[in-house]
Ligand binder design. Structure first.
Ligand code: HEM
Length: 472
């Protein structure tokens, strides 16, 4: 028998395909890939550079790769030139090579910051941010349309910034951190061109390179003083404070290099923490609220559940109460299925040549898993494009970590699964519940909800939701 071949490639002349989607940008790439999958099946490859890029659009194949053959698929490709700088040479979790350094950094985040009792110690921050949100919405009055996503961005930045730098930040500092982080994020795809034939583009796009480095420097200027201030607090006060992410990084030792992290690496890790949990969650909140505005009967059923659990007079839904609300959970899951903020997980790479779905996956290949396609697969989901939380109300619950099988994977699956999954679910449930408890969200005449998508950093609403918040 012959050795397995690479997955089918739609392009007779591979380079032409690459040029086509470079011209169309990320939105174009998504549409192009979807059409290729329809023609050639759930696993395809594109020759982009010397490394073939493989795309997997099927939950069962994703499960075989990421869960059943997890160790082999847990690596990341080498960082492109711009990410080399933002990741301090892959000394962060998201782009870390599968090995001891990545494991140390990831374990530090999950066991020091994202474990349940530490997450509980930040509940005052969530309540504070909820008050800020409600104040802002109430100030608008029930007639004036609110562009909700701007407020969600601020709210999520505030939460993550407090967890990152400690709970003594004020609103001005939070705004400043939000500004430098968002500037990097929104320019991310513009700078991508610098990663194509880097030696050449560094010359041709000299000013773009300088602009990129300038944005990184501004980020350093804002984050470094916060990191140094924290070092002082840890050294001086020693007990009377809630531990922050930066605190855990100050003492951490890299296992291979046997040294502590330098300041540049700490900046990259903080930046990763802030970005990982803000844009993703704010985007998802917006999609969920859009569907609640578009479907008042779903919003009403949710409100009835909230009232039933918390009581008519409750002023705030406590975090623990959210666990007693199965319909709330179903609404959030349906939001993540129908509108995953990332249409693909971060690129994976394999540690050795391997086989998937009968095709060869070469060691230097990049493997991309198509989250949106998987969650909208008509062979798995009935009416996949409809927003129906009821589908999650049956006896058989969907396992969102995918360990027993993958029907949707908004957080990825396997060894690289999003470590923030618990925190993200908490934020989504807590804010959706409280916003629906306090206000009835209504469509604005002339600005009807439009579910069209646009690729920004995440996949966002092309026409951001504008809605009225009528106090209940
Ligand atoms: C709705 C919210 C979120 C979604 C949909 C989401 C989704 C994802 C996805 C798809 C991945 C890539 C998985 C892979 O490559 O296989 C990922 C990785 C990651 N996420 Fe999240 N995420 C969310 C919130 C968060 C939060 C709140 C944090 C941190 C506080 C976080 C931190 C990370 C980190 C550090 C990684 C890299 C993991 C690794 O490479 O080992 N995310 N996330």
């Amino acid at each position: 028998s012959s050795l397995p071949q690479l997955p089918p490639d739609p392009n007779f002349l591979p380079f032409l395909g690459t040029l086509r989607w470079l011209r169309q940008g990320f939105t174009g790439l998504n549409i192009y890939l979807r059409s290729v999958h329809h023609r050639l099946g759930p696993i395809i490859s594109l020759r982009v550079s010397s490394r073939p890029a493989i795309f997997v659009a099927n939950g069962s194949l994703a499960h075989q790769a990421l869960v059943l053959n997890g160790a082999v698929f847990a690596d990341r490709p080498p960082a492109a030139p711009t990410s080399k700088i933002t990741s301090s040479n892959q000394h962060v979790i998201t782009s870390g090579i599968y090995g001891a350094t990545w494991r140390t950094l990831r374990r530090n985040l999950t066991s020091e910051i994202l474990q349940p009792s530490r997450v509980r110690s930040y509940s005052h921050a969530r309540r504070w941010v909820l008050e800020i949100l409600s104040d802002r919405f109430r100030k608008h009055g029930s007639e004036e349309p609110i562009v909700v996503v701007d407020h969600f961005h601020y709210a999520m930045f505030a939460l993550l910034a407090l967890m990152c730098f400690g709970d003594k930040l004020d609103e001005e500092q939070i705004k400043e951190v939000g500004y430098v982080q968002r500037r990097m994020l929104l320019n991310f795809s513009r700078f991508n061109i610098l990663n194509l034939f880097p030696k050449l583009t560094k010359l041709i796009y000299k000013s773009k390179w300088e602009e990129f480095l300038q944005i990184r420097r501004e980020q350093e200027d804002v984050l470094l003083p916060l990191i140094r201030a924290r070092r002082k607090i840890v050294q001086e006060e020693n007990k009377d404070y809630v531990q922050s992410y930066v605190d855990t990084l100050l003492d951490l030792e890299l296992p291979d290099e046997k040294r502590k992290l330098n300041e540049n690496e700490i900046i990259s890790l903080c930046s990763e923490f802030l970005n990982g949990g803000t844009d993703t969650t704010a985007t998802t909140l917006q999609w969920i609220m859009a569907n609640l505005v578009k479907n008042p009967e779903i919003q009403e059923r949710l409100y009835q559940e909230i009232k039933g659990v918390a009581g008519e007079e409750a002023k705030e839904i406590e975090e623990e109460e959210a666990h007693k609300m199965p319909y709330l959970k179903a609404v959030v899951l349906e939001g993540l299925r129908r509108h995953p903020p990332g249409h693909m997980v971060l690129p994976h790479s394999v540690t050795e040549d391997t086989v998937l779905g009968g095709y060869k996956i070469p060691k230097k290949g990049t493997v991309n898993f198509m989250v949106a396609e998987i969650g909208r697969d008509p062979a798995v989901w009935d009416e996949p494009m409809a927003f129906k939380p009821e589908r999650f109300m049956g006896e058989e619950s969907v396992d969102i970590t995918g360990s027993r099988g993958i029907k949707m994977m908004p957080f990825g699956a396997g060894r690289r699964i999003c470590p923030g999954i618990g925190l993200a679910m908490l934020h989504l449930e807590y804010y959706v519940a409280n916003m629906v408890r306090e206000f009835e969200w209504k469509e604005v005449k002339g600005c009807e909800v439009d579910l069209a998508e646009k690729v920004e950093f995440t996949v966002v609403m092309k026409h951001p939701l504008k809605a009225r918040a009528v106090p209940r």
